[in-house]
Design a protein around this ligand. Structure first.
Ligand code: IPM
Ligand code: MN
Length: 367
């Protein structure tokens, strides 16, 4: 049964198209969201925010505090991409993307890794039944906190540090989310395996403080609250190996911010690349932000060739997060039909369709 907007809850969505191809892909995601809202009977109010490299160049401002305050009032945020060829690396990333993640305390970065039908994985002989897991990346701590510094810069004695930092509170709240996620969306819960399994990805053989904390917290919480969820542990380097060799071993993985950043780019490639990979920056108690994992792809900007499916999948995650389960399932099925029966490739310019046509196809499959 499609969910009807009872008495009309209107979901307020902040739309941040951002830089490069961001606006083109977000337009298609909004198109599909509008088609879903029509079909499943929910309402949205969209407010666009002009943030990113162009605005920074014009005004010197990346993301004013007033903007962050406004964003707190939305039900969710949909982000396109940030990154501008004329802006020094770090300014927009820190000033906008990381600022929003931190200020809105979006402490989970959820990245599903699913190979859709019809999509070629670069891993030989692996199909949708093999590449079907999720990474829960901690999103508020680790080397991303900026603790560290530099002395004697520019001299032969220069010293630089950037500290991997975690407290028990951050680790526990991330693990709690990951266990709950495994219980609800693990392979057993989805009828695809005997267990719901949560795998901790760490480096306990070298990072004997930080990942020791993670490992103890993981088993304490598992023993006490989640005895039904099977637990595994993998070193991060071995994880990379198995993500290529035997991705079917994985169900739900949980890890710190830096390892999570790195392994999810590898994972994205195994599921067909940046054209399809999406993620959610979640604050389960606050406002969450959904984004395609890929960057702003400046060389494709304005050409109507970029693949909008990652943005559409990010929007799909947003619907699921908002509790619009039927609509989320509908969009997921429509995307699968489009990859399975229409697209020649997921790569920009090689899809056999333009950006707008791919959006039309997904919206059309929903009708
Ligand atoms: C990501 C990106 C960001 C990160 C960058 C742009 C700061 O790589 O979302 O994975 O490192 O988290
Ligand atoms: Mn990354």
């Amino acid at each position: 049964m499609a969910k009807k907007a009872k008495g009309g809850k209107t979901y307020r969505i902040a739309v941040l198209p951002g830089d490069g191809t961001g606006p083109e892909v977000v337009r298609e995601a909004v198109k599909v969201m509008d088609a879903a809202s029509e079909k499943y009977g929910f309402r949205t109010e969209k407010v666009h925010y002009d943030l990113g490299g162009e605005r920074y160049k014009r005004t010197g401002e990346v993301c004013p505090e007033s903007c962050v305050a406004e964003l707190r009032g939305f039900d969710a945020i949909l982000l396109g991409a940030i990154g501008h060829p004329d802006v020094k690396p770090g300014i927009l990333e820190k000033g906008l993307l990381l600022k929003l993640r931190f200020d809105l305390d979006q402490y989970i970065n959820l990245r599903p890794v699913r190979l859709f039908p019809g999509v070629d994985s670069p891993i030989k002989d692996k199909g949708p039944e093999h590449i079907d897991y999720a990474v829960v990346r901690e999103n508020s701590g680790d080397v991303y906190t900026g603790v560290g510094g530099v002395t004697q810069k520019g001299t032969p004695n220069e010293v630089a540090t950037q500290v991997m930092i975690y407290n028990r509170f951050q680790v526990d709240r991330c693990l709690r989310y990951a266990f709950e996620y495994a219980r609800r969306y693990g392979k057993k819960a989805r009828g695809k395996g005997e267990h719901n399994t949560l795998g901790l990805v760490g480096k306990t053989n070298v990072l004997t403080y930080v990942y020791d904390l993670w490992e103890r917290a993981f088993h304490e919480m598992g023993d006490k609250l989640y005895p039904d969820v099977k637990r595994d542990y993998y070193h991060v380097d071995a994880t990379c190996m198995w993500m290529v060799k035997s991705p079917e071993w994985f169900d739900v993985l949980v890890t710190g911010n830096m390892f999570g950043d790195i392994i999810t780019d590898l994972a994205a490639m195994t599921q067909g690349g940046m054209g399809i990979a999406a993620g959610g920056n979640l604050n389960p108690e606050g406002v969450s932000m959904f984004e395609p994992i890929g960057g702003s792809a400046p060389k494709y900007t304005g050409k109507n060739v970029i693949n909008p499916l990652a943005a559409i999948c990010a929007m799909q995650m947003m619907l699921e997060h908002l509790g619009l389960d039927e609509a989320a399932k509908g969009v997921d099925a429509a995307v699968r039909k489009v990859t399975g029966t229409k697209l020649k490739s997921l790569a920009a310019g090689k899809m056999g369709y333009s950006t707008t046509e791919v959006g039309d196809l997904v919206a059309g499959m929903l009708a």
